[in-house]
Design a protein around this ligand. Structure first.
Ligand code: DQA
Length: 149
């Protein structure tokens, strides 16, 4: 059975394509999802891709992932920098977590340099645009000891 990867996306990521393209590029979230699904297939992973603008919904999805997903890839958007609730949920879910950001958050405003999500993550990939999701899937395959990684 293929490992189950839950890819969670937070607020404003539904606006990709038109949102600050100089920072986030021209790809839409649907483009990134399609590439992620294709890459996951080659790695023997199955992917569920979700987006919400609501902090509580992200927390609900992380809680529900326990027992239903083998690994979480998360771009929490701005909640990365603010949400202790999300950190607590990620710490409680007992599933490995990989953090992704399209932009290099360390090159940007000071308030983006701190990530609560990082405290619960195996590692973080940032600055590679949508390709960062594919990198995270490769890391996921390796973490889950998938032979095709
Ligand atoms: C982001 C970086 C965050 O600081 C920002 O609030 C986002 C997107 C990224 O993918 O680069 O919404 O997570």
């Amino acid at each position: 059975m293929s490992s189950r990867i839950l890819v969670l996306n937070g607020p404003n990521l539904n606006m990709l394509g038109t949102r600050e393209p100089d920072v986030y590029g021209n790809e839409t979230l649907a483009d990134i999802e399609a590439k992620s699904v294709a890459r996951a297939e080659t790695l023997g992973l199955s992917v569920t891709f979700c987006q919400t603008n609501t902090e509580g919904e992200l927390v609900d999805w992380v809680q529900q992932a326990r027992g239903e997903a083998d690994l979480i890839i998360i771009n929490a958007g701005a909640y990365t920098h603010t949400s202790v609730a999300l950190l607590d949920a990620l710490k409680a879910c007992d599933i490995p977590v990989i953090e992704v950001h399209l932009s290099n958050i360390h090159q940007r405003e000071e308030f983006r340099h701190h990530s609560f999500v990082s405290k619960a993550a195996v590692g973080m990939i940032c600055g590679f645009g949508g390709y960062g999701y594919e990198m995270a899937l490769e890391a996921a395959a390796r973490i889950l000891n998938n032979s095709s990684a």
